[in-house]
Write a protein that binds this ligand. Structure first.
Ligand code: NAD
Length: 420
């Protein structure tokens, strides 16, 4: 590949192409387009780690605030070997649109460290997290930029972020991170919110076609924080979860997987592989499985032109961020497959993160029932507005969601005006 041929499957190219489509529909000029396409602030930090054996290893970390016109930056922190500045830029841009589409008073941000967390002890990960937090301190805070878990990070990571930030400021500031443990200001319902949101979005999309969860079969790629709970909620709603995979492989059963038994197996072995209640299936085969609903809930770019051509599902509900490339999207659209886009389908996590931040800032906690009801309401009304624009303007759900969110961000820019 030469410099003149950008990799169209790369997450940043996909995010920029999606924005360009929305800008084209909205008829914005080049100046506004450039502003929407460019991160507002980014920081690149060196993170030296003192290993348990006394040696030192250096990592690179990033925090990108794509847009803060509608409120503080909001976005997760990813620990994965693939993390680089362009991946973080792409994910930060997606966060801007996601927060806008579900009407949260936030901009979009993202962070990450190029590290494979499985190769380090918990004490080492704590030191990495604390050093990263202290290096990005000037950019973050409850009114500036709020962190959350993503691939490779979890509620313990967020507790370390919150503690490091608070100790440096001299008092406890739970609003700097969401997805924290309940004991330090986490919210009920946060751990499962993204997955519940995926199931609400699927239910809404099925209802548009007169179908219900109880009558569909589902395949889910990724069995982590998003995929595993989604599988459980789909099964509880009566859907047949026919196959799931993780990075090591997968398992399928035509009559549906026994979810409690599968979750026990994963808790014991760390993977869905070798689950006795089904047959093995690869990640590639899962994408092409004959099911009604396909939920990519692992990594970016898995549905490209080739894999999208093999999809047999009628609905693709994007649990992951950016799982479909531009070419993959075109192929799915040509084949009449309905795609519920990531910025809508997986927004449940940031919705309950917002609830957690609101609760932390007012130091008053809501019941689980209040959280679940507010989440469902926000997901269903957001889906309804996107579907309405899609119908009225003859757009895909993705383009409709982007048009709504890009318009909201551009309006905030324009009303605030340019300084100086
Ligand atoms: P996680 O680390 O908890 O789980 C990731 C899962 O994907 C694991 O089962 C892993 O084995 C699997 N996986 C990794 N690489 C894979 C590969 N190459 N092929 C197949 N499977 C692979 O992460 P998560 O929090 O569940 O996030 C999954 C996706 O959802 C990411 O795109 C993330 O950005 C997105 N997302 C997460 C949240 C959240 O609240 N956690 C919210 C919105 C979006």
């Amino acid at each position: 590949m030469t410099q003149s041929e950008p990799d169209l499957s790369a997450p940043l190219a996909t995010a920029k192409a999606q924005l360009a489509t929305a800008v084209g529909i909205l008829g914005y000029d080049d100046g506004l387009h450039a502003m929407l396409a460019t991160p507002r602030r980014e920081i690149n930090v060196a993170i030296p780690l003192r290993r348990d054996d006394g040696s030192t290893t250096l990592f690179t970390g990033y925090r990108v605030q794509h847009n803060i016109s509608r409120g503080p930056g909001k976005g997760g922190v990813r620990y994965a070997p693939s993390v680089d500045i362009d991946e973080v830029r792409a994910l930060a841009m997606l966060m801007t649109w996601k927060c806008a589409v579900v009407e949260l008073p936030y901009g979009g941000a993202k962070g990450g460290i190029a590290i494979d967390p499985r190769e380090f002890s918990s004490r080492e990960l704590e030191r990495v997290t604390r050093r990263y937090t202290s290096e990005i301190m000037p950019m973050i805070g409850p009114e500036r930029d709020i962190l959350a878990p993503d691939i490779g990070t979890n509620e313990q990571t967020m507790a370390w972020v919150m503690d490091t930030y608070s100790v440096n400021r001299g008092f406890t500031i739970p609003g700097v991170a969401t997805g924290k443990p309940l004991a330090v200001g986490g919210s009920l319902g946060r751990a499962t919110a993204t997955s519940r949101g995926v199931v609400h979005a699927t239910r809404a999309a099925l209802a548009d076609a007169g179908a219900t969860l109880a009558e569909v079969s589902v395949a889910i790629q990724g069995f982590g924080k998003v995929g595993s709970h989604a599988a459980r909620f789909f099964a509880e709603a009566g859907a047949t979860v026919r196959a799931v995979t993780d990075q090591y492989g997968g398992v399928q059963a035509d009559g549906g997987l026994d979810m409690p038994a599968l979750l026990d197996h994963v808790a014991t072995t760390g993977s869905v592989v070798d689950f006795p209640g089904g047959d093995p299936i690869t990640n590639e085969a899962l994408l092409a499985l004959d099911v009604d609903v396909l939920v990519p809930a692992a990594v970016e770019g898995v549905l490209d032109a080739d894999t999208a051509a093999q999809v047999k599902a009628r609905w693709v509900v994007e649990g992951a961020n950016g799982p479909t490339t531009i070419e993959g999207d075109r192929v799915l659209a040509e084949r009449g497959i309905v795609v519920v886009p990531d910025i809508l389908a997986n927004a449940g996590g940031v919705v309950v993160s917002y609830f957690e931040w609101v609760q932390a800032n007012q130091a008053y906690w809501w019941t689980e029932q209040e959280i679940e009801e507010r989440l469902e309401h926000r997901m269903m009304t957001s889906y309804a507005s996107v579907a309405e624009v899609a119908r009225a303007d003859g757009l895909s759900l993705r383009d409709a969601a982007l048009v709504i969110s890009v318009r909201r961000v551009a309006q905030a820019h324009q009303i605030r005006g340019l300084y100086p």
